[in-house]
Design a protein around this ligand. Sequence first.
Ligand SMILES: *Cc1c(COP(=O)(O)O)cnc(C)c1O
Length: 408
Amino acid sequence: MTDLIDDLLAEARKLDQADPLAHHIAEFADAPGVTAYLDGNSLGRPLRDLPEKAAAFIRDDWGTRLIRSWDEQWMALPMRLGDRIGAITLGAAAGQTVVADSTSVLLYKLMRAGVAARPGRDEIVIEAGNFPTDRFIAAGVANETGTTLRWVEPDPILGVTADQVASVVSERTALVVLSHVDYRSGSLAAMPEITAAVRDAGALMLWDLCHSAGVVPMSLDEWGVDMAVGCTYKYLNGGPGSPAFGYLRAEHHGSIVQPIHGWWGAADIFAMGPEYAPVSGIRQLLSGTPPVLSMLAMQGMLDLIELEGITALRVKSITLTEFAIRAYDALLAPLGVRLLSPREASRRGGHVTIGHDSFQEVTTRLWADGVIPDFRFPDGIRLGLSPLSTSHEETLRGVIAVRDALQS
Ligand SMILES: *Cc1c(COP(=O)(O)O)cnc(C)c1O
């Protein structure tokens, strides 16, 4: 067994030495007592220079410029940051992405707007294993609009396929809501093929990008995606509760109108007129004053992703997940641990999920020892490997800790 670990350790060190992104790890803040942080898919780490940037923001942008900063920079920030996220991670041309609200709220706005934009169609297609907030909000929207949820039940490890989607969409489908990367298994959906099948049926496609934005490259414009929503606090390291982003394809501007008619989505924000008239651009997705302070941390991460390119991050992400699976095969499979993620890299996002009946208890022990993955009910540990902040050796430390916890 020690030989096995020695071999894996040698391999991890070799991979880290060959890793062109490895030097960025030191740019993230230290976390004393943490020996393996494997939860960057749930809450990305802060960059080391964030405290100074936050202090400068409070002293200068807020404390000195005061309300003048709204005109000078903050009014435009939701659109400016949206454009950056679009260009750097989504394959979206400017003017179609905005930063606002939370993922849950933007999902509501876009689902509601999507159903309204397809009158006469009475079904929303959604997968049974989707993240709870996506399912709950879809159920609420179905209730409000008199539509029916039509469930797709994909393989829990491999995820939803284009054939499955094609077989359920019809002239009754208003909207299809799916996750690009499944939050549990990490399976990666075939976005171009699925989107094409949905659009062929005359329906609208809404992608949840929470677990893929910032780690899996995509081309929303080229692939014909209608709408998308994603988190910024996962692989975009925006910090706890940082606002979400929403994408609405330019061809729908003016015709798809979101339902929360606040002043920030009005044609003229300061007209203070008697009635709401929506702006036809992407700003229509906004409702009220944006959380400017919560948009600070993600900007440093976007700088890094832009510097290296999302393709380089995907290459490292695949190296990390493949190594995690090799370590799993060697150390955990013999102990009866199941692999709950696809083996084929092209069908997998940035995390690897493993399963064992004792994992709830194992996770508690790992956290106490400074090894931080996350647990997903009923028996899954997710190893979230964020390419700019995670090393192969750190990944191996995590897998070894799981083995030790199982054996003790
Ligand atoms: C993390 C996550 C969310 C979270 O939504 P919030 O509104 O930010 O709480 C939603 N959907 C998916 C798929 C997620 O992974």
